[in-house]
Write a protein that binds this ligand. Structure first.
Ligand SMILES: Cc1cc2nc3c(=O)[nH]c(=O)nc-3n(C[C@H](O)[C@H](O)[C@H](O)COP(=O)(O)OP(=O)(O)OC[C@H]3O[C@@H](n4cnc5c(N)ncnc54)[C@H](O)[C@@H]3O)c2cc1C
Length: 411
């Protein structure tokens, strides 16, 4: 049986694994191995941000993150914050640009520039990268970790687990890392998809596939507003997607067994009272105008006609003939539409995994396990997930930096 010994072994070559390797190298460790189950590292980096890679955001605070304790998250983020991230990427040859949405992307809009630069930097520190090396077993024996990939065996003084979550399992992030953590008695907070499209039970709305609008989505729990997002929304053949939807999907999934309601406002510049005033005024000014002709100025015509169809009102009906109860129904339909949904699309198309290794099982200064000295965690395997906008990568860079540096100390 083949075996080699390393000071630090990193399991998982995604964003957090590569950053951990670089951070450990920068901290002076000269004998680092990175084990990647896939044929190449960083598949998610390559597909991220529509292959442009949204590296970070101009406003990173713990509020954009869910999962474990926000003070813990704050500590990790501040050890390697967004500004440091921007400088770091510049130092490895990737200049980032800020877009009006607050998101940072590489100036050449190429996710592969980000990945190539990380690999180049890891190579500078002589990190030995083992591709197609999926780790399927790990134990701690005789003061060192013994890790297995098929019939190959590796020994490491310290191990950093950066195997990611279980969304888009085709990328290699299939959740196998949780089993490795479990070998050291770590528990796993319930896993569920975050940043996922939502499946609708709305035959008329599903015909609107391809339309994108600015919209507000509001989630009510027991008739009380729980959370809302105003951003763009895309109608698809199965339901809805786009930033507003992906961001709210986490809570839709988390609260799926509770009494929840998902309301859609397709004209977020108005609330229902303002929209009522607007229609009333129009009735006065333009009584002979048809309701269809009037409402198409607010949203694409296909959408306004579909919503009018749902109310059962004829699109040709003149404004002066719209009754008070019809007006109420129309206002409700445009500003507070109660979406009938089946649930979220799931791990196959979620951009992140909620849940994971509980933060109270690791030390916040080092991300070292409280159960197994020498074992560290970084990235999405931990119970932290962020909103859309570069936050998940920021977590990977920050936590990778902390874990790599800590693992390299006293090596
Ligand atoms: C389509 C898509 C687009 C996204 N776009 C963005 C974006 O623009 N901005 C943003 O901030 N976030 C984005 N994300 C989220 C972001 O990609 C992840 O949060 C981030 O990649 C997590 O980094 P990680 O290193 O923890 O895990 P991963 O990137 O998932 O890496 C884990 C690695 O470990 C390997 N691995 C798993 N198990 C084993 C094992 N047993 N042995 C060896 N190797 C193993 C996997 O093959 C993988 O390479 C996107 C996600 C998706 C799916």
């Amino acid at each position: 049986m083949h075996s080699q010994h390393f000071k630090i072994g990193i399991i998982g070559g995604g964003a957090a694994g590569l950053m951990s390797a670089i951070s450990a190298g920068e901290s002076g460790c000269k004998n680092i191995a990175l084990f990647e189950g896939n044929v190449r590292c960083g598949t998610k980096i390559l597909m991220s941000g529509g292959t442009r890679c949204n590296v970070t955001n101009k406003s990173v605070t713990p509020k954009q993150f869910f999962g474990g304790n926000r003070n813990f998250i704050k500590n990790v983020l501040s050890a390697f914050n967004d500004q440091r991230t921007i400088q770091f990427f510049k130092s490895i040859g990737v200049e980032l640009k800020l877009e009006p949405t607050g998101k940072y992307f590489p100036v050449d809009n190429e996710a592969k520039s980000v990945l190539n630069a990380l690999i180049r930097k890891a190579n500078e520190y002589n990190v030995q990268i083992f591709h197609s090396t999926k780790i399927n077993d790990i134990k701690f024996d005789d003061n060192k970790f013994e890790i297995h990939s098929g019939d190959k065996k590796f020994y490491c003084n310290k191990v950093i687990l950066t195997t990611g979550g279980k969304s888009y399992p085709s990328t290699g992030s299939d959740g196998s890392g949780y089993g490795l953590a479990h070998k050291f008695s770590h528990s796993i907070n319930p896993l569920f998809p975050a940043l996922s499209p939502i499946l609708l039970d709305e035959p008329i709305i599903k015909q609107l596939s391809g339309i994108t609008i600015p919209a507000a989505l509001i989630l009510f729990l027991n008739n009380k507003k729980e959370i809302s997002f105003t951003d763009s929304l895309l109608f698809t053949h199965f339901g809805i997607s786009g930033p507003a939807v992906l961001n709210i999907s986490r809570e839709v999934e988390r609260l799926k067994n509770e009494k929840i309601k998902l309301a859609l406002n397709v004209i977020p510049q108005y609330n229902s009272e303002e929209f009522r005033d607007e229609i009333k005024e129009q009735k006065q000014i333009n009584p002979d105008r048809s309701i269809g002709n009037y409402l198409k100025q607010f949203v694409p015509e296909r959408l306004s006609n579909a919503l009018i169809e749902i109310t059962g009102i004829d699109t040709g009906k003149k404004l002066k003939r719209i009754s008070n109860s019809e007006m109420k129904t129309l206002i409700e339909c445009f500003t507070n539409y109660n979406l009938k949904f089946f649930g979220v699309k799931g791990f196959s198309q979620a951009e992140a995994t909620a849940g994971g290794i509980p933060l109270d099982e690791v030390k916040y200064q080092s991300l070292e396990s409280r159960f197994q000295p020498g074992l560290f965690f970084a990235g999405e395997i931990l119970d932290v997930d962020g909103l859309l906008g570069g936050y998940n990568f920021q977590w990977a860079w920050s936590s990778g930096y902390v874990a790599g540096k800590a693992a390299a100390s006293n090596n």
